[in-house]
Unconditional design. Structure first.
Length: 157
């Protein structure tokens, strides 16, 4: 049986991911500067890194479908979050060798969208099957205190 080069590399790595599990660690970030250059080298960033570079690979988050919530209930283009769609595509690209191997994924999200995106990703079966949301530290948005939501963020009072 032929093994694709990307799978052969993954199989021969010391560990599949930085956590040593088959699920790829997934962190939601509001500030890419929170990750060291060394950690970024083996990571995929989903979002615009701006001036912060050094990521192993970068993927863009597409705009939401203009038909979002316009079609019948259950329509894939209306119910699937753009971040979840990117996560599905980069996983597939990683497996077949169209993308460099990455040990973990960081999704760059605005502070106001962190909780909503986390909930959407938790409810996506394919994301849960391939990725492990990494708990983050506690931060505050207005009067609301959030913690251990698998998100990391920086809030300046």
């Amino acid at each position: 049986m032929k093994i694709l080069p990307a799978l052969r590399k993954a199989a021969t790595e010391d560990r599949m991911t930085s956590s040593g599990t088959a699920l790829i660690p997934l962190t939601l970030l509001s500030d890419p500067a929170e990750w060291s250059k060394e950690r970024r080298r083996d990571a995929l960033l989903i979002g615009d890194p701006g001036v912060d570079g050094g990521w192993g690979d970068v993927a863009d988050i597409p705009a939401a479908s203009p038909f979002m919530k316009q079609h019948a209930a259950g329509c894939l283009c209306c119910t699937r979050d753009p971040v979840a769609m990117v996560l599905a595509q980069v996983f597939q690209d990683r497996v077949v060798g169209r993308r460099p191997f990455f040990r973990e994924v960081a999704v760059l999200i605005g502070v106001g969208d962190l909780v909503a995106v986390r909930q959407q990703l938790e409810n996506d079966v394919l994301v849960r099957a391939r990725y492990r949301l990494v708990p983050g530290r506690v931060f505050q948005i207005g009067s609301m205190l959030l913690g251990d939501f698998g998100i990391t963020g920086r809030h300046d009072d």
